[in-house]
Design a protein. Structure first.
Length: 322
C-alpha cells in the first residue's frame, strides 16, 4: 500500500512538479521515502491521498514550508489538523487559464453556446467570454478592463477571432465552491502552487470577475444528475458539456465509460481536457505521446490538441494525427 503511495508521489514530482514548482517537487520526493508521511497518507481514503491535497492542507494551516525538513516537521506537529482538512476538502483547483485552450473549440461552434461544466469547482472556467486572451499572433481584449488576460503559446492552433457568445451556463460539482465565500476562495488560493505568483494574480482577478455575476453551480453527481441539468439548456443554443482535470478523480474506469456514454446520449458537443490515461479510447487514436505532464484536449471523442495543465500553451494535433 505504502509503495503505491510512494510511486504516486514520485510520479507527481517527475511529471507534474518538475520545472513548475521546485518546492512541490522536493516535498513529493521527500514524502516518497519518508515512513511517517507515507503512514499518515495510508490512513486516508485513496481519493484523499493526492499530493496537491496534502500540500495545500498543510499550507492552509501552517503557511508554506521553505524546504522538505520543515515540511516534515510541520506535518508531524499538525497531523491531526491536516488530516481533518484533507477529509473535508477536495483538490478543486479552479484554473481559469484553461479557458485559453478551450476557446479555440468554443469559438468555432455554432453560436450562441450553452455551457455545462462537470466538476466545475467555483465555476471560473464557465466564464470564457469574460476574460481576455493573448496568443502571441492574436489578442482578444476582455469585455471589462479589470478582467484578466490569459497568455497562451499556440502552435498551429486555429486561433479564435472573437469571444464566444454564451447565453446559458451551469456547473455541476460534488461539493460546489462559492466565489462570494471567503473560506472557499481562500482554499482556492491555497491550491495555487507557491512559486506561481502570476497564476495567483490571475486567479484573484478571475474571482473578481465572477463575483460581479456568479455562475450557477449546483451540487450533483456527473452520472446521476447530468441529464436533468442538461435539459435545462435553451434549445436555440449549442449545448457544450466540458470538463478539465476531473476524470482522474473518478477512479473506476467503468464509471468513466458510463459518463462518456451519458454525455454522448445527450447529443451535446463534448469537450474533454484531461490526462491521456483516463480516456484510453481517445489516446489510442494517436501515434505518439504528448509532452510530459500534458493534457489531451478532445472534442466529441476525437483528439484535438496537447495542452498545458494550466493553459499556458496549446499544441494542435488534429490535422496531424487521427
Amino acid at each position: 500500500m505504502n509503495e503505491h503511495i510512494a510511486a504516486r508521489y514520485r510520479r507527481f514530482a517527475e511529471l507534474e512538479a518538475r520545472g513548475r514548482s521546485p518546492l512541490y517537487e522536493a516535498f513529493a520526493l521527500g514524502v516518497a521515502v519518508d515512513p511517517f508521511a507515507l503512514g499518515f497518507l495510508a490512513t486516508l481514503p485513496e481519493d484523499r491521498q493526492q499530493p496537491n491535497l496534502l500540500f495545500a492542507a498543510l499550507r492552509h494551516h501552517c503557511g508554506t514550508a521553505p524546504d522538505w525538513p520543515a515540511f516534515r516537521a510541520l506535518l508531524s506537529a499538525h497531523a491531526a489538523e491536516v488530516r481533518a482538512t484533507m477529509l473535508a476538502r477536495r483538490t478543486q483547483t479552479n484554473e481559469p487559464g484553461r479557458c485559453a485552450v478551450l476557446l479555440p473549440l468554443l469559438a468555432r461552434l455554432p453560436q450562441p453556446v450553452a455551457l455545462l461544466e462537470v466538476g466545475a469547482s467555483a465555476g471560473l472556467c464557465l466564464l470564457p467570454d469574460r476574460y481576455g486572451y493573448d496568443y502571441g499572433d492574436r489578442r482578444l481584449s476582455p469585455p471589462a478592463p479589470d478582467a484578466p488576460v490569459f497568455s497562451c503559446a499556440a502552435a498551429e492552433a486555429p486561433l479564435p477571432l472573437v469571444l464566444p457568445r454564451v447565453v446559458w451556463r451551469l456547473g455541476l460539482d460534488l461539493e460546489p465552491l462559492d466565489v462570494t465565500d471567503a473560506s472557499d476562495t481562500a482554499w482556492l488560493e491555497t491550491l495555487v502552487w507557491p512559486e506561481q505568483t502570476d497564476r495567483l494574480r490571475r486567479l484573484r482577478a478571475a474571482l473578481h470577475v465572477a463575483r460581479s455575476d456568479p455562475p450557477r453551480i449546483v451540487r450533483g453527481d456527473l452520472l446521476k444528475d447530468l441529464p436533468d441539468h442538461a435539459r435545462q439548456a435553451p434549445d436555440a443554443a449549442t449545448l457544450v458539456v466540458f470538463h478539465s482535470a476531473v476524470l482522474a478523480y473518478v477512479a473506476n474506469a467503468g464509471l468513466r465509460d458510463a459518463f462518456v456514454r451519458a454525455v454522448q446520449a445527450l447529443g451535446a458537443v463534448w469537450i474533454s481536457n484531461e490526462v491521456p490515461g483516463v480516456l484510453p479510447s481517445i489516446a489510442r487514436r494517436l501515434d505518439r505521446r504528448g509532452p510530459p505532464g500534458a493534457f489531451l484536449l478532445s472534442m466529441d471523442g476525437a483528439p484535438v490538441a496537447w495542452t498545458d495543465p494550466h493553459g499556458a500553451w496549446i499544441e494542435w494535433i488534429a490535422a496531424k494525427e487521427k
